[in-house]
Design a protein around this ligand. Structure first.
Ligand code: HEC
Ligand code: HEC
Length: 262
């Protein structure tokens, strides 16, 4: 079947990661060599499937535009248009492969007290250090929130630690105000290790999905979120200029971290 063999050959070429491809299928095949579910045991590659599309889109742009740094990622998205990145983000956001169990090594060096400290930071934060509970933005089930807050489960501890390092040294930046950079600056290295050791030990529910919304205001404003967290502004929220309606609801800071009442 000469036609089929020619197609097979073309498909084999398309699956090769080089040179830069120009269809969605080709791009995604290349992405899966690092981002497929099976790779989690490799300890560093972050899961991207099922994260909110707006979050994925922001990250793809940030690699392209030099606000995040990882040479292979920059290479992968270097010449792609916003519209194309949006398409890729939508594709991965709609994928929900099962989560593998945490790899045996992940967070395994942590002492019990450290893991307990990590869980407390995630659920309650630390009012003395002005650290808000992670659940107050990432959702009670830590599955993220539409459209632009990622879930925190299924990430390797090394990856989480590296991201906090990147925020602290400003090599990872989001649209200002960059709430995660603010939070990272308040976490000591041992707090980061505590949080990542606890998070990486959790096995998410197979049916886990990002929450549709979260109670506002967030404890710290995040510039990466659309106005009012993407939800329609409540009709009664302001005496009503266009400018005030467009202001992010998250801009109203709340001094106390949430979730501390348990
Ligand atoms: C050579 C391996 C590799 C390939 C191929 C690759 N990635 Fe990545 N990707 C990574 C690594 C490693 C990171 C984390 C980098 C860091 O430390 O910030 C990452 C990060 C990301 C992130 C941010 C994840 C998050 O949770 O913030 C997204 C989104 C992403 N990649 C999408 C893609 C897409 C789409 C493709 C295909 C066009 C792709 N990647 C190809 C290795 C790869
Ligand atoms: C004020 C809201 C808010 C709080 C509180 C918060 N986060 Fe975030 N977090 C975000 C937003 C928004 C992003 C996406 C940032 C971006 O677009 O780069 C994010 C991203 C992240 C990421 C990146 C995930 C990835 O796949 O790369 C990690 C890790 C993370 N947060 C951990 C934490 C931890 C741990 C805590 C608690 C100590 C916490 N966050 C508290 C809003 C918050």
């Amino acid at each position: 079947m000469p036609i089929f063999s020619a197609l097979g050959f073309a498909a084999a070429l398309a699956a090769a990661p080089l040179p830069p491809a120009d269809t969605l299928e080709q791009r995604i095949a290349a992405c899966l060599s690092c981002h497929s579910v099976k790779e989690r045991g490799d300890a560093y590659f972050p899961r991207i499937a099922g994260k909110p599309s707006g979050y994925l889109y922001n990250q793809l742009r940030h690699f392209r535009d030099g606000h995040r740094h990882y040479p292979m990622m920059t290479y992968m998205v270097g010449n792609l248009s916003d519209a194309y990145l949006r398409e890729i983000a939508d594709y991965f956001a709609a994928q929900h492969p099962p989560y593998p169990p945490p790899p045996p090594g992940s967070g395994s060096n942590a002492a019990a007290a450290q893991v307990a400290r990590g869980e407390a930071l995630v659920r309650q934060g630390d009012p003395l250090k002005n650290i808000p509970a992670c659940v107050s933005c990432h959702g009670a089930a830590l599955t993220g929130v539409e459209p632009a807050i990622p879930g925190l489960l299924g990430l390797p501890s090394d990856y989480i630690n590296a991201q906090f390092g990147n925020w602290k040294n400003k090599s990872r930046r989001a649209t200002a105000p960059d709430c995660m950079a603010t939070i990272a600056a308040r976490l000591s290295d041992s707090d980061v290790a505590a949080v990542s050791s606890w998070l990486s030990k959790q096995t998410p529910d197979a049916a886990a999905r990002p929450a549709a919304s979260i109670p506002l205001p967030l404890p710290i404003a995040c510039g990466s979120l659309p106005p009012a967290g993407g939800a329609p502004a409540p009709a009664a929220s302001s005496p009503g200029t266009a400018a005030s309606a467009a202001a992010p609801a998250a801009l109203a800071p709340s001094a106390s971290p949430r979730g501390g009442a348990k």
